[in-house]
Design a protein around this ligand. Structure first.
Ligand code: UDX
Ligand code: ADP
Length: 465
């Protein structure tokens, strides 16, 4: 089997950055180069100040610090890295299409296609090309056809190696992966390519956790794994609404069903709704391919997971409005958290964006505090929705750097992300600063109802009456 000396990854984002840093760390004899067309991103990956890395993940900066400049490099020299590498990972963004056929559902593959064309143009030796981004089924065959028809006559083996890392625990997930999935052709050269990629992961994972499949299975499994996880969140969120109407408590229900070993305890936390770059996109892809194969009912079935999630976000915003005497106009509402979950600075599809949007439509004044998300990102998220002009967004929504001071004369606090630090706050001090009655809307079930009520708050928690 061929020995791997150099690998390259196109795309230095949330997937490419952490994955390649871990590979470099575990495989000291392999040179890993991460390239991106975005100069600013690469500069931040190379920044002396490790707090400026573009991706925040626990444990990441330590790994970058100990490998960068040795066998881990970040660069904008895309062509050079492609030319030198034996294995090329494609980790570019695949947003949901905002135009044309499949608008709002299908993934936009333009970045992947540009990447493939670039590889075809530059490659002078045989390469293994690995699709790493979250991609809809059949992308590998599209990449293959581009490479085989436009390349310089060299041989390309295309593999699908979907990522299963969850943000906030990316490093841990990569080091302790439940499984690694490698899909490729069943031909002798396809099998060899799968073995070569396996050998990289075998540096730190037992062989039985590396599953080799055909390309379709690998690509589809990625979508299905996320669809199943998202479905659990939507299922428990559906029950949270029922709990609020009855005397059932969602924590007790979650525990009761989670102890059934056939169901298990994970992904049963009721919340204001799931976010992140994968769940919604992957399910929409599943809906899209199902329908494109004429399987209307299958598409409808999975779409309901998204409909439930949208309902949960809307329901939370409506709860705030109805509780604050049916008007939030001119009222000061503090958002604790903007990221789609704790321990990440990623905000893609975060529930906070949609809750803020709904409240801004009611003319609320929002002040956002998030320990890791920048002001620029928060405004960009809102502007992207296009509901209001950028000027109006900046007029109605402000950013706080001091979460305690921000609560002065506030009508309500809404908890949108489960950051641990929110639990450590002196909530009595916050109570004193706020207007009375002081409301807290806990979209993450982070705090204790009894304690909050003892302190004087009017406290609402998702999933409890
Ligand atoms: C997900 C997959 O878990 C991962 O394997 C990968 O394929 C990428 O997509 P990620 O989006 O990083 O990872 O986060 P995840 O931990 O799965 O959470 C997704 C969303 O669901 C978050 O907004 C989270 O807060 C929410 N969630 C999760 C709940 O609301 N309740 C839960 O019990 C679990
Ligand atoms: P993900 O969560 O999938 O990692 P990100 O958006 O965080 O997604 O990262 C994708 C990265 O890919 C971005 O930094 C983007 O600049 C980069 N990228 C997109 N197209 C290309 C390309 N043709 N060549 C190099 N980098 C690219």
């Amino acid at each position: 089997m061929k020995k791997v000396n150099k690998i390259c990854c196109i795309g230095a984002g949330y997937v490419g950055g952490p994955t390649m840093s871990v590979i470099a760390n575990q495989c000291p004899e392999i040179t890993v180069t991460v390239v991106d067309i975005n100069q600013e991103r690469i500069d931040r990956w190379n920044d002396e100040d490790l707090d400026k890395l573009p991706v925040y993940e626990p444990g990441l900066k330590e790994i970058v610090a100990s490998n960068r400049g040795k066998n881990l490099f970040f660069s904008t020299e895309v062509d050079k890295a492609i030319d030198e590498a034996e294995i090329i990972f494609i980790s570019v963004n695949t947003p949901t299409k905002t135009y044309g056929k499949g608008k709002g559902q299908a993934a936009d593959l333009k970045y992947v296609e540009l990447c493939a064309r670039n590889i075809a143009k530059v490659a002078k030796t045989d390469k293994i090309v690995v699709e790493k981004s979250t991609l809809p089924v059949r992308t590998a065959s599209a990449i293959k056809s581009i490479l085989q028809n436009t390349g310089n006559g060299v041989n390309f083996e295309i593999l699908s190696n979907p990522e299963f890392l969850a943000e906030g625990t990316a490093v841990e997930d990569l080091l302790e992966a439940d499984r690694v999935l490698i899909g490729g052709d069943e031909t002798p050269s396809g099998k060899e390519a799968k073995d070569i990629l396996s050998s990289i992961y075998e540096h730190w994972l037992p062989k039985e956790r590396i599953l080799q499949t055909n390309v379709w299975s690998s690509e589809l499994s990625k979508l299905v794994a996320n669809a199943f996880l998202a479905q659990r969140v939507s299922s428990i969120n559906a029950i949270s609404a029922l709990c609020e109407r009855t005397d059932a408590n969602i924590s007790e229900v979650s525990r009761a069903i989670g102890t059934d070993s056939r169901i298990g305890p994970k992904f049963l936390n009721a919340s204001v709704g799931f976010g992140g770059s994968c769940f919604q996109k992957d399910i929409l892809n599943l809906v899209y391919i199902s329908r494109s194969f004429g399987l209307q009912e299958v598409g409808d079935y999975w779409e309901q997971v998204i409909i439930m999630n949208d309902y949960q976000k809307r329901r939370f915003a409506e709860k705030i409005v109805s509780t604050l005497y049916n008007t939030v106009s001119g009222k000061k509402i503090i958002f604790y958290g903007w990221a789609f979950k704790k321990d990440t600075n990623d905000t893609r599809e975060s529930a906070a964006i949609y809750v803020a949007d709904a409240l801004l439509e009611e003319k609320a004044e929002i002040i956002v505090y998030d320990p890791k998300v920048t002001e620029k990102t928060i405004y960009a998220d809102l502007d992207y929705l296009g509901t209001r002009s950028p000027e109006e967004n900046r007029k109605l929504l402000k950013i706080a750097t001091n979460p305690i001071e921000a609560t002065k004369d506030a009508h309500a606090i809404a908890i949108l992300t489960e950051w641990e630090e929110f639990k450590t706050y002196d909530w009595s001090e916050i109570y004193d600063k706020m207007l009375k009655p002081a409301f807290v809307f806990d979209g993450r079930r982070l705090l204790f109802k009894d304690e909050m009520e003892q302190k004087g708050f009017q406290y609402y928690k998702i999933g409890q009456s």
